[in-house]
Design a binder for this molecule. Structure first.
Ligand SMILES: Nc1ncnc2c1ncn2[C@@H]1O[C@H](COP(=O)(O)OP(=O)(O)OP(=O)(O)O)[C@@H](O)[C@H]1O
Length: 296
């Protein structure tokens, strides 16, 4: 796998992949596709990311949580190669793609042309159509972006990421602007695509439930570093009614220091993260507020 190294100021250097068979003949651990070592990014003298370490394995689904302003998008932009004003070492695969909360489609290009934007050479329309088929949007291939619904535009943005055949898919709050029902559908789609494609995914989200639903591993960012890591060993597809799901969600909410609102049923009661978790399970817009994270 070709690897990009972003290393303007290097403290330590790493090799990316470790695929050699072990001495006892057991299969090797999955290769590492992302290796970040001692990463620092400062704005106006303030280190938003401060000597951060992170490894992501091939095919792994990682969710990144953290309070608003803690540096999640900054980290994702660095991994995407969009910000290189850094200290430390960042190794990422050359084949990578990003989808943002806003689909960022060019209004003057039809959907299929948007999907092919930025691809090298002269890719054929069939390439776009295949990706659009994968996200269930082929019937809108010739539409103008402004005629798409929010969910359709987000699927077009995903198709644009998929045509790049990424080894690493970076998703920055891709469902944040969608209504609750469309978001659930989009989450299922991403889960399906990830299982089919087998690429590594790094998902930045504010939604604890979404993180537990989709990720193999949930990371919590705080004070410029990965402050907490939680493996999610639940079988897929995951059931939010499973008590183990609720326990993981509650644990993560506690880590994030989310204060739940007092419920009407228990006036004056001290709210607990568990209450937030219960509210979040209903997946209503009100619940979205309960599971959003406070600002840093
Ligand atoms: N180009 C920039 N110039 C100055 N400050 C910046 C710049 N980009 C980000 N920051 C600051 O860095 C901090 C982290 O921003 P970032 O967007 O990474 O946070 P975040 O965790 O993704 O937040 P949110 O969850 O609200 O999207 C914020 O305080 C932000 O104001």
């Amino acid at each position: 796998m070709a690897t990009d190294v972003h290393r303007p100021v290097t403290r330590t250097s790493h090799r990316a992949d470790t695929t050699a068979r072990q001495a006892d003949g057991t299969p090797p651990a999955p290769a590492t596709v992302v290796r970040v070592d001692g990463l620092t990014r400062a704005f106006d003298g303030r280190a938003v990311i401060d000597r951060l370490h992170l490894d992501v394995r091939a095919g792994e689904f990682v969710a990144l949580l953290g309070r608003s302003g803690c540096g999640k998008s900054t980290l994702l932009r660095i991994l995407a190669g969009l910000d290189r004003d850094i200290e430390g070492t960042v190794l990422v695969p050359r084949r990578k793609a990003v989808a943002f909360q806003s689909p960022r489609l060019m209004p003057w290009k039809r959907v299929w042309r948007n999907v092919l934007l930025g691809l090298p050479g002269k890719p054929e329309r069939a390439v776009a159509k295949r990706a659009l088929e994968e996200v269930g949007l082929n019937h809108r291939a010739h539409a103008w972006p402004k005629t798409l619904s929010g969910g359709e535009a987000q699927r077009a943005s995903l198709a644009r990421a998929l045509v790049r055949e990424p080894d690493l898919l970076l998703l920055d709050e891709p469902f944040g602007a969608l209504d609750a029902l469309t978001r659930v559908k989009a989450q299922h789609l991403v889960d399906e695509l990830w299982q089919r494609r087998g690429c590594a995914v790094l998902l930045v989200t504010h939604d604890v439930e979404e993180a537990v639903l989709l990720a193999d591993r949930v990371l919590v960012m705080d004070e410029g570093v990965i402050a907490h890591e939680q493996r999610i060993g639940l079988p897929r597809p995951r059931d939010i009614a499973d008590p183990r799901f609720a326990a993981l969600r509650t644990g993560l909410l506690e880590r994030l220091g989310v204060e739940a609102p007092a419920t009407a049923a228990t006036p004056g009661a001290t709210a607990t993260p568990a209450a937030t978790a219960t509210a979040a399970a209903s997946a209503t817009p009100a619940a979205d507020t309960a599971r959003s994270l406070p600002a840093a």
